[in-house]
Structure formats: structure tokens, C-alpha cells
Design a protein around this ligand. Structure first.
Ligand code: 6PG
Length: 476
């Protein structure tokens, strides 16, 4: 039988996507560079559905019904280009190549344009949810032509996670839009993780609580507004005891966070667009700081702290303060991430529906959370909302926690406990709501040393003051 869809690249993600498709009743062509992986997939999971294995790319392509739909699930970068180059000569007009890896969106734009010139559709697709999600229902963020979505969309929606019966998959936008949105998803993932880590550290240092005690706090939090996959797994991780030492597992893990690069891409793009994504940036830099071994070695025990220990008199009140600060900081990170999506969407004519993005992130993906419903509702109220924080629900929810947030950040500063994401998010909140910012002074300084000009509050136009001369002002 002609296969309805194919998967090439059968490492764990590709393998699980293929199994997910087969379990949903699709006939799935499967291919891998080394045939052994293809054989083991069919041997181990052949009973889950119908797989059509091929050893050569030629046979793989020939086994597919037209228009052919080929999911490429290999390493981002060179390996993806190599596989595409191999496939393209074998394909015919109207066929669809789907890159479901974590590609950088400019690569996706380039590949989409190249394939379009050959009459082929290229669909750069974000897939989130790790191995588990790929198998049981990920969040899927496909970009590319609308035409290709008509054919491909129903299949992807079918295998995606569902929340209240709604698929966690929708058409995102043209060319690189899908991978762009997945990139921002990962940036937000970094921010979420860093905020949770800061909350953990505050509870640990403020209360002198054990990992197991903090696990219970997170478990309670997971029953409220913070309910999310990352809070849930945090409780699991904190409950884990190391078999070898009998210590809390988290205490034996080396405190140097690594990354594969999607957070860095998000921050680089934030800088390119001029969008302040400070939560994501602080989270990414916090990982970098943790891995700055020579600097940390030089500083530990050397830099004076002059800190005063936490003075927590009311344990429950402190926990509630940290919870509120975490929630408020999280809203800031999402608000910034959605600003970044809006800016990129405008720049590239992607017309991305932000409410729909929040909707497809409710299930399947790493940042899945109850609170994403609130974001969807906010964009339903106003699709052009200029600032998520300014939505009526979020002004209320964050406003409720502002005093707690200030207490937590100031206590942490006094105690010498680093909270880069908590505190920069609060600084963003205060910055964006300030009636007047000291940016006026920056503009004046720029005009002083570089004649860079400035605008005035009281009239239109651009001006320059003759700082080195008589200090009179002229229109520039
Ligand atoms: C997902 C994850 C996935 C991967 C991250 C890890 O959405 O399923 O985000 O893409 O686990 O890329 O990223 P780092 O290695 O950079 O932390």
C-alpha cells in the first residue's frame, strides 16, 4: 500500500513521531541513514500500525502516495540540508517536505524559498514535548504555505495533543513562522525554568527548607494558577533521592546549566528586533553565569557579601510571597515573548495569531500550563493587544502580587541571593508602567557627545544643541 506520510531520521524523536502516526492509523513510510534503526523500529513496534520500511531514499520516496509528505527529523543545520538535498531530486511538484527538527528560522526561510522555486512545499514545523510528546501527542507549530496545511494540517492535528478536545496544532504562518514560534516557546521555557529555579533557591535559603519540603510546596502550587508541566516535574525532581549518596538528587547535580542554543537564538533575535525580552535574556545569561567556571572560582569566597540573612517570621506568608512573585515574573516573561512574536510577525508579514499560539501551547509542549487559557482569552478580547500585561485579567492578577514581588526581590537583594529573572522582570514592570523614564538623559548625553539629536516633549521635530559652542538649540 502507498504510504500516506513518511518519516526519515529515526532517532528517538523521529521514531516516536512515526509510531504516533502509525497508532493513528496512517500508513507510515520509514527511512533512516543506517537501515538497522529502521529495522529495529519495525521489529519493536510493527504491531502498533502499518510501517513501510525502505533501505534507500529512492525506495522510501517511491513508497509514498502523492502529494508526498516527508517528515525530516534529523539534527538541525548541515544534516538537515544534506537530507533535503537528497530528497529534492526525487520529489515532484506539489510534494511537501516537513522539517520537524529544532531548525533556526532563518534556515527555514532559506529552505522554503529554495524548495518553492522548485514547485515544492517546505513546512518548517516546531514540535515540542520531548520524546513523550512525540509519541503521545506533542504541540505542533507548522509554518509554510496555507495550501500545504490543507493537506498536512489534518494529519498533524490528529497526532497532536488535545486540550478540551482542541488540537494543540494550528497553521502558524508562512515560511519561518513555525520555527520562529517554536524558538520563542523555547525562550519562554528558559525563563520559566529559571524563575522556578529562583523560587526554589529563595525557599531553600529563606526557609532553610529541604528539597523534599520544597517539593511539597511546588505540589501545592501546582493546584493553583501556576499549574503547569514544569512545576509538576519540579516537584518530582525535588522528591528524588540519589541512590548512591542518599542525598536529595538536586544536591548532587553539578550546578552548571547547559543549552543547545534555542534560548540564545531567541535573545539574539530579541536584540535584532529591539524587543526587550529581559526575562528570557536573564534566564539565558543565568545559564551562562552558572557555567562561567573560572569567574566563579575567582569570586567564591573572595567577593564580600555584606548580606543580612533572611528573617522569615511567617513561613506561610513568605511562601505565598514567593508564589506571587513567581506568577508575576512569569506573566512578564510571556508578555515579552508575545511582544517578540508580534514584532517578528509584523516585520515578516506572518500575520501570527497570538491567541492561537497560546492555545496550541496549552497541551503537549514543555511550557504547557493552565494559565495559557488566560492568554488566549486576553487575545480573544483584543487581537491587537499592545501589551499582554495590560489585559484586564493580567493587570488584576499581577497587581495582586506586586507588593509581594517587591518584598521578595528586596529581601533577596539584602540577603545576597541572586534572583536575576525575578528582579529584572520587576524592573521591566516598573519600567513599562513609568510615566517618564530617564531615557531623556540618555538622549541628551548622546546629543552632547555625538550630535545624535533628540526630540522634545512640547513640539514636533528633531533638534540639536550646540554643546561645544553657545549651547543654543537648532532644528536638526
Ligand atoms: C521541547 C524542548 C526541546 C528541547 C530543548 C532543550 O519543546 O520539547 O524545548 O526542544 O528539550 O531544546 O533545550 P536546551 O538543551 O537548550 O535546554
Amino acid at each position: 500500500p502507498a504510504a500516506q506520510i513518511g518519516v526519515t531520521g529515526l532517532a528517538v524523536m523521529g521514531r516516536n513521531l512515526a509510531r504516533n502516526l502509525a497508532r493513528h492509523g496512517y500508513t507510515v513510510a520509514v527511512h533512516n541513514r543506517s537501515y538497522a534503526k529502521t529495522e529495529s523500529l519495525v521489529a519493536d513496534h510493527g504491531d502498533e500500525g502499518t510501517f513501510v520500511p525502505s533501505e534507500s531514499v529512492e525506495d522510501f520516496v517511491a513508497s509514498l502516495a502523492r502529494p508526498r509528505k516527508v517528515i525530516v527529523m534529523v539534527k538541525a543545520g548541515g544534516p538537515t540540508d544534506a537530507v533535503i538535498d537528497e530528497l529534492v531530486p526525487l520529489l515532484d511538484e506539489g510534494d511537501i517536505v516537513i522539517d520537524a527538527g529544532n531548525a533556526h528560522f532563518p534556515d527555514t526561510r532559506r529552505r522554503e524559498a529554495a524548495l518553492k522555486a522548485k514547485g515544492l512545499h517546505f513546512v518548517g514545523t516546531g514540535v515540542s514535548g520531548g520524546e513523550e510528546g512525540a509519541l503521545n501527542g506533542p504541540s505542533i507549530m507548522p509554518g509554510g504555505s496555507r495550501e500545504s496545511y490543507e493537506v498536512l494540517g489534518p494529519i498533524l492535528e490528529d497526532i497532536s495533543a488535545k486540550v478540551d478536545g482542541t488540537p494543540c496544532c494550528t497553521y502558524v504562518g508562512p515560511d519561518g513562522a513555525g520555527h520562529f514560534v517554536k524558538m520563542v516557546h523555547n525562550g519562554i521555557e528558559y525563563a520559566d525554568m529559571q524563575l522556578i529555579a529562583e523560587a526554589y533557591d529563595l525557599l531553600k535559603q529563606g526557609l532553610g527548607a529541604s528539597a523534599a519540603e520544597i517539593a511539597d510546596i511546588f505540589r501545592t502550587w501546582n493546584e493553583g494558577d501556576l499549574e503547569s508541566f514544569l512545576i509538576e516535574i519540579t516537584a518530582e525532581v525535588l522528591s528524588q533521592v540519589d541512590a548512591e549518596t542518599g542525598s536529595a538528587f538536586v544536591d548532587v547535580v553539578l550546578d552548571q546549566a547547559e543549552q543547545k542554543g534555542t534560548g540564545r537564538w531567541t535573545v539574539q533575535n530579541g536584540l535584532d528586533l529591539g524587543v526587550p525580552i529581559t526575562g528570557i535574556a536573564e534566564a539565558t545569561f543565568a545559564r551562562a553565569l552558572s557555567g562561567s567556571v573560572p569567574q566563579r572560582t575567582a569570586a567564591v569566597g573572595t567577593l564580600p557579601a555584606h548580606a543580612q540573612a533572611f528573617d522569615v517570621t511567617d513561613r506561610e506568608a513568605f511562601i505565598e510571597d514567593v508564589r506571587l512573585a513567581l506568577y508575576a515574573s512569569k506573566v512578564v516573561a510571556y508578555s515579552q515573548g508575545f511582544d517578540q512574536i508580534a514584532a517578528a510577525s509584523a516585520e515578516n508579514d506572518w500575520a501570527i495569531d497570538r491567541g492561537a499560539m497560546a492555545r496550541i501551547w496549552r497541551g503537549g509542549c514543555i511550557i504547557r500550563a493552565r494559565f495559557l487559557n488566560r492568554i488566549t482569552e486576553a487575545y480573544e478580547r483584543d487581537a491587537d493587544l499592545p501589551l499582554l500585561l495590560a489585559d484586564e485579567y493580567f493587570t488584576g492578577a499581577v497587581g495582586n502580587g506586586v507588593q509581594a514581588w517587591r518584598r521578595v526581590v528586596s529581601q533577596a537583594a539584602l540577603a545576597g541571593v541572586p534572583t536575576p529573572a525575578f528582579s529584572s522582570s520587576l524592573a521591566y514592570y516598573d519600567g513599562v508602567r513609568a510615566e517618564r523614564l530617564p531615557a531623556s538623559l540618555i538622549q541628551a548625553q548622546r546629543d552632547f557627545f555625538g550630535a545624535h539629536t533628540y526630540r522634545r516633549t512640547d513640539k514636533d521635530g528633531t533638534f540639536h544643541t550646540d554643546w561645544s559652542g553657545d549651547r543654543t538649540e537648532q532644528p536638526a
